[in-house]
Design a protein around this ligand. Structure first.
Ligand SMILES: [Zn+2]
Length: 346
């Protein structure tokens, strides 16, 4: 089984590539577990609110009992940033920064609350109850050089290390990305979708990349549309010139193995993947397609056959849905208004 466990999103203007799978197992050097389990909700505001025994910053995020993830952070993260500390916490999200981070308390709190909004949006989009994600999601914010070192993805806006059966998860972001709120919100919704799906489906060897990335691209676009009237920027650039052959190429190249060779191919395949999910939602009227697809992922992770599960959950055979999507793109080559009508990319 050869799977990348780091899922990299949204490299500048082009979209993401699969990450370097180096080191999926083994003991990480790690910080972790500073926040006590259980305990109170984070109060809004900076300073002094005690969350689960943590005396530092707290912010308001979600409902229900939280649980700290007391396992080490992914080792690619701790190897690049060995001096991380818990900067702020809440019911659902922890923010980690290096001890010498120049971020102000107010910036950390603002960031945590924005990340919370993105996470709750993703949970709602995929019909996941908050208690099902009771272990707090850890988000690490580091300087650009440290980010590049941890991810091997210079220029990316963020990276999710998704959970697998043997590894914990975290999202890592470069601090200079916090200034661009439009890209930041899209990135957070995208990366946190990887966290949500990784926890639902830690055994992902039989899940195609077009699905893993497609649902993340769509969430990022939906959240960006909601907050800023701006879906993921690079997607429409590819879709404007796409026809059926682009869909066929994506399903083949972005299948169980990610066979993309460069960021251009990644951007192309992510755009076509995200729009396939949106096609299912809007053009085929499967309003809760994201929840259904997460259910597919969960069941396939548990051992069910992908194509059979897709057909059962979506009500259309996989090959049929893919062929219909390609045909839809061919039919709308000269009518982009029709192509985008009703979608988040309109
Ligand atoms: Zn991604």
């Amino acid at each position: 089984m050869v799977r990348a466990f780091a899922v990299i999103a949204l490299a500048l203007a082009l979209g993401c590539s699969s990450g370097d799978p180096a080191g999926g197992t083994g003991g990480a050097a790690g910080s972790g577990g500073l926040a006590g389990s259980g305990g109170a909700a984070g109060a809004a505001g900076a300073g002094g609110s005690s969350v689960g025994g943590f005396a530092g910053l707290g912010f308001d995020c979600g409902q229900g009992d939280p649980q700290a993830d007391d396992r080490p952070l992914p080792k690619d993260v701790t190897a690049a940033a060995p001096n991380l500390e818990l900067a702020a916490t809440s019911r659902r999200i922890e923010v980690w920064t290096p001890k010498d981070s120049p971020l102000l308390d107010s910036e950390v709190i603002d960031f945590g609350q924005g990340a919370c909004e993105a996470l709750l949006f993703d949970l709602d989009a995929h019909d996941v109850a908050q208690p099902d994600l009771s272990t707090r999601v850890r988000i690490v914010v580091v300087d650009g050089a440290t980010f590049d070192q941890a991810t091997g993805a210079p220029g990316a806006y963020g990276v999710a290390f998704s959970a697998t059966h043997s590894a914990t998860d975290a999202v890592i972001l470069p601090a200079d990305g916090l200034a661009n709120v439009v890209e930041l919100d899209d990135t957070l919704a995208h990366e946190l979708t990887h966290i949500v799906s990784g926890r639902a489906a830690p055994y992902d060897a039989w899940l195609p990349w077009w699905l893993i990335e497609g649902i993340a691209v769509l969430s990022g676009s939906q959240f960006g549309k909601k907050l800023h009237d701006q879906p993921t920027g690079f997607v429409v650039d590819w879709l404007d010139v796409a026809d059926g052959s682009d869909a066929d190429l994506t399903f083949q190249r972005y299948g169980l193995e990610d066979q993309t060779q460069n960021l251009g191919e990644v951007g192309h395949d992510q755009a076509l993947s995200g729009f396939f999910i949106e096609y299912l939602r809007v053009k085929r009227g499967i309003a809760d397609v994201q929840a259904r697809l997460l259910s597919v992922m969960r069941k396939v992770s548990d051992g069910d056959d992908f194509a059979e599960t897709f057909a059962a959950e979506l009500g259309v055979p996989l090959a049929q849905a893919q062929a219909d999507y390609a045909q839809f793109l061919d039919d709308t080559v000269a009518d982009l208004a029709k192509r985008y009508a009703g979608t988040v990319f309109e």
